[in-house]
Design a protein around this ligand. Structure first.
Ligand code: HCA
Ligand code: CU
Length: 437
């Protein structure tokens, strides 16, 4: 699945080697493939982008109208299928913002997220949205301590609300909040009932982030056998499984995944848009690269990070500052020969570059040799090895910066009584290497 066989550089780094062109087509031709793979939607899924709904529930989030519009336009240009907005019943400004975004004429379908309540549905259908995501808690925790309704009431209300929304010609999804702590029989009966009245999607929500990938696979696969409509999934990240859970949901036959930019949402949030696409571009490179403007990811993340006043985490998939930085000498040497040795994602797919770190005691002479070349200097391999030893000796004493390492290289070069080949062309950029051709 990871797609590296070490035979080619750029392709392997992209995960295209060994990854099926058309997942379904390839698996179907293999009679021994497990039945689950027939269900898989890893090469055919839709994103419901919820930065402007779940994301607004993030502790630091406050989006004014202008910011909401900017984010909605960017997500639309990026290529998400749906943009989910806060319920217009939440506040007067939420309702106005919802109307304003509906009027933008975006390609993405606009959804709003409402409680399973006729009053909320009536307000929402007037805003101009393409569809409603309806939700109600089904776990005993939420039935007893939140809305206080039993399953019979939930089913009856759900059917009324769904039929009303459909009668207005809008798309409707019905989801159970806290699905993984709900009674399985109750849950499946409810989904079957709403499927029968023509709901467009049913949703599974891991509201508290308790589910493991295997539990997700089992539940989605069971549900896939019960309903004929699409299946949307929503995963919180409390136990760090939100991306893996989304992936397993797709493998089990889910059709739609909820995301938010940087994963922002209640508590520590949900499946992040970038993290999900990092996973999916390795599995289904052609689908993901043809559908999404991956070069826009960093700009969108920066926009949202600024709006909610957080920094992008250092270990964020793709855009974390060191996501494509290679440090140890052994890694640097191999990366300089062929980036697929230590990269499963190709930074160029996201408009980014890789960086080979050479200002450290873990560096090797191959990285330093590349730097020497970038500085426009000429040295034999033995000389590069000698200056590498000097860099390591200095880095053993204290942390060194790129400038320090460059100074060591330059002064060493002066002592060689040689003129640089093109001293004027010295670059102060770090070592950035291409695809190894
Ligand atoms: C919440 C609701 C929700 C809804 C998910 C959905 C959840 O608790 O704020 O509509 O599928 O996590 O259950 O975000
Ligand atoms: Cu949620």
């Amino acid at each position: 699945m990871c797609g590296t066989d070490g035979t080619s550089s750029a392709n392997a780094a992209n995960g295209t080697n060994g990854a099926p062109k058309q997942q379904g087509a390839r698996f179907r031709s293999n009679p021994y493939q497990p039945v689950g793979d027939f269900l898989s939607n890893v090469a055919n899924f839709k994103i419901i982008e919820s930065t402007l709904r779940e994301g607004e529930q993030f502790a630091n989030a406050y989006f004014d109208t202008e910011t909401k519009i900017k984010i909605a336009k960017a997500l639309d240009a990026f290529g998400v299928d749906y943009i989910e907005l806060t319920s217009p019943a939440a506040s007067e400004q939420s309702r106005k913002d919802c109307e304003a975004i509906c009027k933008l004429g975006l390609k993405a379908k606009i959804l709003t997220h409402v409680r399973c309540d006729m009053r909320d549905a009536k307000i929402a259908v007037e805003t101009g949205v393409d569809g409603l995501d309806v939700v109600i808690g089904t776990s005993s925790f939420l039935r007893e301590h939140s809305h206080g309704k039993d399953m019979a009431y939930i089913e009856k209300t759900a059917i009324e609300v769904i039929e009303y929304i459909k009668s207005k010609g809008l798309e409707v999804r019905f989801s159970s909040e806290d699905s993984f702590r709900s009674d399985l029989v109750d849950l499946l009966s409810l989904y079957r009932a709403v499927d029968k009245v023509g709901v467009n999607r049913v949703g599974i929500a891991d509201t508290v982030g308790c589910a493991s990938p295997r539990q997700v696979y089992d539940l989605v696969r069971t549900l896939r056998g019960i309903v004929s409509c699409d299946i949307e999934t929503h995963f919180h990240d409390d136990t760090g499984c939100s991306i893996a859970n989304a992936f397993c949901a797709l493998e089990a036959g889910a059709t739609h995944i909820d995301t938010s930019v940087l994963g922002i949402g209640e508590r520590n949030g949900i499946t992040p848009l970038g993290g999900l696409l990092a996973r999916m571009v390795v599995t289904s490179p052609e689908y993901v690269k043809s559908k999404y403007k991956l070069h826009m990811l960093k700009e969108i993340e920066d926009m949202v990070a600024e709006a909610v006043e957080v920094n992008t985490p250092f270990n964020n998939p793709i855009t974390g500052f060191c996501a494509f930085t290679h440090k140890a000498g052994i890694h640097a040497k191999a990366i300089l020969n062929n980036p697929s040795t230590y990269e499963i994602l190709n930074p160029a797919d996201f408009g980014l570059t890789r960086y080979v770190h050479f200002a450290s005691r873990l560096t090797g002479w191959n990285a330093v040799k590349t730097r020497v070349g970038q500085l426009g200097l000429v040295m034999t391999d033995d000389q590069v090895k000698e200056v590498t030893a000097k860099i390591k000796a200095m880095a053993d004493v204290r942390p060194i910066a790129i400038d320090d390492a460059d100074s060591i290289i330059r002064s060493f070069h002066l002592t060689l009584h040689e003129q640089p080949a093109d001293a004027g062309a010295a670059i102060s950029q770090p070592v950035v290497v291409g695809d190894g051709q």
